[in-house]
Design a binder for this molecule. Structure first.
Ligand SMILES: C[S@@+](CC[C@H](N)C(=O)[O-])C[C@H]1O[C@@H](n2cnc3c(N)ncnc32)[C@H](O)[C@@H]1O
Length: 315
């Protein structure tokens, strides 16, 4: 399976199959992919396409990475023009991810992490943070972009209990049923699932609430959900400029209101301080004081929730 799922997609519509693309003469993975089934949905990237701005590579560019092409940089520069704080916003998003993983590994004792929509490898990846605290921690990364997965697999030694799999968050059953994931993660034990800056690439038609509910159903008591999500209430003009650029990228940006993001934590008990701007979530370093002065500039809401009750149906 590559790119999108054969079964287990939340929308349940039948797949249309197209051949897998090739990357640099090397087939990235066997099989076929399923094209999107609804006009408003986007397909998973299937190869290196250097002319379409790619959301993972644009993010890499904001972070100062080198894994990006001219089209990604041009689109990212247009986002920077509309949203000059985007670079500090993505750094704050990464810092939130780091604090959340440290909290879960050190304070809660979580030893299993599934990071969905993980992005191109950068500094302080989840397994590095978690295993620094708990050397027995097991981490599975999933991203629907095969190039992200190929890069991710390259940074793994192969010796540690860490895997990088292809998986589309819109198909949660496929991700949770992945054999490699199951060899590392015991879903009968507490797990942390990270959806960090990825639900903002899932449209309402793709039913992000049901995606999260499906994940929650699979999580054992004592499990945690980590979400960060682009927010749209602070600067309406900025939102428009950002969303316009992403219209022509590999995925649309769907920035949401607090009232739209908060229900993703249905069935979870939000950990203090709740759903807040990313720099406000358990700030640790003095330099975050600056970000705290106007935390809304990052336009990212973030929170961590603990499974609060068994949920048998997501209807
Ligand atoms: C903005 S980056 C976030 C990276 C990382 N989670 C972080 O916050 O630093 C978004 C990532 O989500 C991935 N992505 C977008 N839509 C996805 C989907 N439907 N399923 C899985 N991954 C997806 C992209 O390929 C990209 O790597």
């Amino acid at each position: 399976m590559i790119g999108a799922c054969w079964a287990g997609c939340i929308d349940g519509t039948p797949p249309r199959l197209v051949p897998l693309a090739w990357h640099g003469g090397t087939r990235l993975s066997p099989g076929l992919i399923q094209e999107s089934r609804v006009a408003d949905q986007h397909t998973a990237p299937t190869s290196i396409n250097v002319t379409t701005p790619n959301v993972a590579r644009m993010y890499d560019y904001y972070l100062g990475g080198k894994d990006n092409y001219a089209a990604d940089r041009a689109a990212a520069e247009r986002v920077i023009a509309a949203f000059p704080d985007v670079r500090s916003a993505v750094r704050e998003n990464r810092a939130f991810l780091g604090r959340a993983v440290r909290f879960l590994a050190a304070d809660v004792g979580i030893r299993q992490f599934i990071d969905i929509g993980t992005g191109l490898p950068t500094q302080s990846n989840v397994h590095e943070i978690a295993r620094n605290i708990a050397p027995d921690a097991r981490v599975v990364y999933a991203d629907y972009d095969p190039v992200v997965v190929a890069h991710g697999q390259m940074i793994l030694s192969g010796a540690e209990p860490v895997a990088f799999i292809e998986g589309d968050v819109r198909c949660p059953d496929e991700i949770l049923g992945n054999a490699e994931l199951r060899s590392l993660v015991d879903l009968n034990e507490p797990v942390a699932i990270l959806l960090v800056a990825v639900l903002n690439f899932v449209t309402d038609q793709e039913r992000p609430d049901e995606i999260v509910a499906r994940l929650r159903e699979a999580m054992a008591p004592g499990s945690y959900l980590v979400i960060s999500h682009g927010a749209n209430e602070e600067r309406p003009a900025t939102v428009h400029g950002v969303q316009e650029v992403y219209q022509n990228a590999t995925a649309r940006a769907v920035l949401r209101t607090r009232a739209e993001i908060a229900p993703f934590f249905a069935g979870f008990e939000l950990i203090d301080p709740g759903l807040v701007h990313a720099p406000q979530w358990r700030p640790d370093l003095p330099h975050r004081a600056g970000a705290l002065a106007d935390p809304g500039t990052g336009m990212t809401l973030a929170g961590v929730g603990r499974v609060s009750r068994p949920v048998t149906s997501h209807t």
